[in-house]
Design a protein around this ligand. Sequence first.
Ligand SMILES: [Zn+2]
Length: 239
Amino acid sequence: MLLEAMTMTEFQENLERSRTVVVPVGSVEEHGVHLPLGTDTIHAFEVCRAAAERTGAVVAPPIYYGICRSTSQHPGTLSISGDTLRALIRDIGLSLYQQGLRNLIFLSGHAGGTHTAALVEAGEQLLERLPEVQVAALNILDLGARGWEPLIETKGDSHAGELETSVIMALRPSWVKGTSPEEYPHFPKAILVRNKRSFWPGGVWGDPGKASPEKGAACLEAVTAALVDLIYRLEAWKE
Ligand SMILES: [Zn+2]
């Protein structure tokens, strides 16, 4: 069930059925010239919604903002700091706990390393602070979904390429505006660069030209199944 659509009474009744909540986390980030800025949030939200329908878990309203480094200079990207993201995750996690939820899953559609690390760090802080909580904090790629690798033909596909384009074609077909050229940026190892856009002009990592709604639907099903599995594992977790 969607938390934002529930009444106070429905929320209370649902706690008898499930103490699990999934919080979709995304980003507002360029995804080439063909995908919407909200691609990562849409992806995470729809996967959480589908998994919640199968398990009875609650879906919290998504966190639309995340940490974007390498795309920060492209038009439309809005990034927040690690401090803000960690504080958001901690505060929302604490409030969900105070409302009776015990299994908290923060699932991000944005897979940036700094962003994912902030989720994990905030998750650890919740674990330290709250005695009965179980926490999972991860991005969609780290879910370990099986069966989608053979579907994606592009090697090294990672951003606004074959996978994400396929997913948005399946979820929001009218939001896909054509395609973008295939691109594989090369950032220097170890050195942080000022002019990020000069290393990644198109904002695509992979080949969106190979995308299809059928591939998107199959990938979404694989990811949803992996999230359902994680929900059940977290609910049964004992240590
Ligand atoms: Zn993305």
